[in-house]
Every structure is written in C-alpha cells, then in structure tokens.
Design a protein around this ligand. Structure first.
Ligand code: CTP
Length: 433
C-alpha cells in the first residue's frame, strides 16, 4: 500500500477536497500541522466512501478554527470545547453544509476504567496512540508540502492489508470498554479478524466481570451508539452472533446470557428478511430507516426479560421516547395477538394499523410465521375505501361518530374481500344505515 494517498483524495467529492487543501494552507500559514485522521482515512484506503472529515491539529484546534472563520466568509464556528481541546466548524459550500471536526492532538488520561478521559494537549504520536485500533490510527498530512502523506506509526497499513483488528496498548479495552463493541463491529463490517493478542485482552476484560451491566454504571448513550452501529450492519446474523460470542451482551445485562440461542435460531434471519429484504416498507408507506432499524434486533434480544428489566435497560441505554415506543408497541401488539385463540386478517389489521414499520417488523419477527401478518404488510395495509364520509352524508347519515363506525365496518368487509368496488361499498353502506 502507498504511503501517499493524494491520488485517492483527489477522487473524493471536489468540494471536500478543496476544503482539505484550504485548511492545509491556513494551517501552514499559522505554523500548525494538520492531519486527516480516523474513519475517513481507513475507509479511503479500503475504497469506501466516507466524507466525515476529522482533523487533528498539532497543536491548537481552537486557533485553526478561529483563523478559518476569519479567512472564509462561508465558514462558521459551530462548537468549541475548551476542556476537550476540540472545535467544530461548518463550511457552507453552494448551500451544502460541510462539518469539519478539529481536535488538538491530545493525550487522554483515564482516572478510572470507563471514565470520561481528562485531556491534555500533546503531539500527533500520542494522539494516535490513544486511539482504538491500528487501522483507525493512521493520519494523513494535509499541509501543502506533503499533502496526502500517510503517517503510519503503528503498522495500521499492514493490518489493513492483513485484515486485522489490533489494539494499540494493553489497557485499551479497560480504558474504554465501548471498544469491545467496536472491535466486533469492524470485524463484522469489514470482514476482518480480531488479532490474537487483542482477542485475548478483550476476553480478559469481559471475563474480569468489571463491565457486567456496564450501562448501570456509565452513561449508556455511548454503548447505545455502538450497539446501533452493530445491529444496523447488513449481515445481521453475524452481528448478533458477535454480540453474544464476544460477550458484548454482558455490558447491557448479564441476564441476556439466556438469549444466546437467538444468535443461532432462525429468528434473526427471519428478521433480517423483514428489515433488509426488498420490502423494507413493511408498514405500507413507512420504511424502517437506518436510525431505527436496529431496534428490531434489540427487541428480539430483550424480549424474554421481565418488563421491569426491559424498562431499566432501555432507560440506562438512553433510548429516546420514540425508540422506547417502537419496542413497547411491538411487544404490546405481540402479547395481544398471543392472547387470541386464532387470528385473521381483521384482527391483525386492528393490532397493526397504528404501528410504525419497525414495530410491525418486531411483531412479524417474534410472532413466528403467520400468513396474515405477511398479508397485512403486502396487501391489507394498502386497502383503502373508495367511498368517503361525504358519500354517507349524501345518503342521509348525520355528521359525527357514526360515520367513522360505518366506514370502519365496510373496511373490515373489504379486508376480507379485497375485490369490493365502489358500488359494493355503497351497497354495504345502505345495509348498515
Ligand atoms: N475512537 C477511539 N475510541 C473510541 C471511539 C473512537 O479511539 N471508542 C477514535 C478512532 O480513531 C476513530 C475515531 O476516533 O477512528 C473516530 O470515531 P468514530 O467517528 O466513532 O468512528 P470511525 O472510526 O470514524 O468509524 P465510523 O465512521 O464507521 O463510525
């Protein structure tokens, strides 16, 4: 692999490329050294699109941010965190907002495991050393004189080539246990292997039990972000197996031990179909989207816990009210259906009609194979009456609740007999008035 990737940078979106050049020039003018780092470098080298620009500045991000804002009228400061020595600027390029994260090269000191780090300004090497994996610890200079030159201090290029996830130091997982999830995520996503020593240290960290029920001890949102990434991967079966095999589940709740079997049962695959198959729009017009699709698998995993425990986990993971609703609506509908002796298309219609696409996916995955649910997704949810309340008013029904009730009864008929046309609907209405 090359040690200069100017050619690859030239192929990214032109506006982003120009910004990198401009930021490099301003850095030079101010006597600062700036490097592109993190996921964008990794993905560029792997040939994936990634335009999340993260820049490390040796050594004042704040100064560079101020100069950029001064020099470019289309650049504004969007955030500045003196404590973390970071700043974010946003460039407005022809109406498109391009955010750029700037961080002073820094060193992090963890006062106790899993704590938020104390940060002090340092040089590039220390900055890279504090990172998670060698493949994420590559930097690329953006200064005019050596634009595109790779700084590879920890053999990240070799690990990219050999498809290895390798941590940089022995305490990496102890300092930041969310890296355990990230190791699994990158392994799944990139088809890489977790290198032997890294695997051993990961296992030791899990086996030490200090991260059991972690979300009760630290802010759960960082864990949530990583779980969301993991369960949004296209190969969901692999992701769920990784969740259990690496022991990631223990960080959510050790009670999930009993759910190991989901990774090997058919449910996940069945769910995979639901969320990633051709018919993602399982609730009619609504589609499961990237930010919520993961909840379907999360629901599958917590489904057998007591509702108190589920509630606590969702709260500790800092799920939003909307996310909690998706899961609870799915579970509630599922329970109601399970109470029924038998179901038919009308019962399914009543239980599913107000649910989001994701909640419907949860029901579909957990109820087991049921043709009426498939029929709801494919057909029933799309059935509409041709007549409206106006038609009933013309027929002499007074405005009010009654109109809705009659329309509902006709719709139920139509669900059972989709071939009904407008005349059939009117005939039905006459019977009911
Ligand atoms: N990082 C880290 N430890 C973490 C999270 C992040 O060392 N727990 C570092 C890594 O160097 C990573 C960079 O911060 O590359 C940016 O993190 P993030 O944006 O979360 O991930 P990316 O690597 O950019 O990957 P992706 O865009 O796929 O999430």
């Amino acid at each position: 692999m090359k040690s200069n990737i100017k050619d690859k940078l030239q192929k990214i979106d032109k506006d982003h490329y120009t910004l990198l050049i401009d930021i490099g020039k301003v850095s030079k003018e101010e006597g600062l050294k700036s490097y592109l780092v993190g996921g964008m470098v990794r993905d560029l080298l792997l040939g994936f699109d990634n335009l999340d620009i993260d820049i490390v500045v040796e050594n004042s991000a704040k100064l560079l941010a101020e100069k950029l804002v001064k020099k470019f009228p289309n650049c504004e400061l969007s955030a500045k965190h003196d404590r973390f020595h970071t700043a974010k600027v946003i460039f407005n390029v022809n109406g498109e907002k391009i955010p750029i994260d700037l961080a002073s090269s820094r060193e992090e000191i963890y006062e106790h495991p899993a704590a938020l780090p104390k940060v002090s300004v340092s040089d590039l090497k220390r900055d890279l050393y504090r990172r998670d994996f060698t493949i994420n610890a590559l930097a690329v200079s953006i200064l005019p004189e050596d634009f595109g030159e790779i700084v590879d201090l920890f053999d990240g290029l070799l690990d990219l080539k050999e498809k290895k996830i390798r941590i940089l130091h022995e305490l990496s997982f102890i300092d930041d246990p969310t890296r355990i999830i990230r190791a699994g995520r990158f392994a799944c996503k990139l088809g890489f292997e977790i290198e032997e020593n890294t695997k051993r240290l990961l296992k030791e960290a899990i086996d030490s039990r200090q991260f059991d029920n972690l979300i009760e001890k630290i802010r759960g949102d960082r864990v949530k972000i990583e779980i969301r990434y993991l369960f949004n991967l296209p190969d969901i079966e692999h992701a769920v197996r990784t969740f259990f095999n690496l022991g990631i589940y223990r960080m959510i709740s050790i009670d999930l031990e009993s759910r190991r079997d989901v990774a090997y049962g058919g449910d996940v695959a069945y769910g995979g179909d639901v969320a990633y198959g051709g018919d993602v729009a399982c609730g009619g017009d609504v589609a499961c989207n990237v930010s919520t699709g993961w909840l379907i698998y999360f629901a599958l995993i917590i489904k057998d816990l007591s509702s108190d425990r589920q509630e606590k986990i969702m709260k500790n993971l800092q799920l939003t009210a909307d996310e909690i609703k998706i899961i609870k609506d799915g579970f509630n509908a599922l329970n109601k259906l399970k109470e029924q002796q038998s179901v038919d298309s009308v019962i399914i219609y009543h239980e599913l009609r107000n649910l989001s696409a994701e909640s419907i996916c949860i029901v579909k995955m957990l109820y087991g194979i049921n043709n009426f649910i498939d029929e709801y997704i494919e057909k029933t949810s799309k059935i509409k009456l041709e007549i409206t309340g106006q038609d009933l008013i013309h027929m002499g029904v007074k405005e009010g609740k009654k109109i809705g009730e009659i329309l509902e009864q006709i719709l139920e008929k139509k669900i059972k007999n989709a071939s009904m046309n407008k005349n059939d609907e009117l005939a039905e209405a006459r019977k009911l008035i």
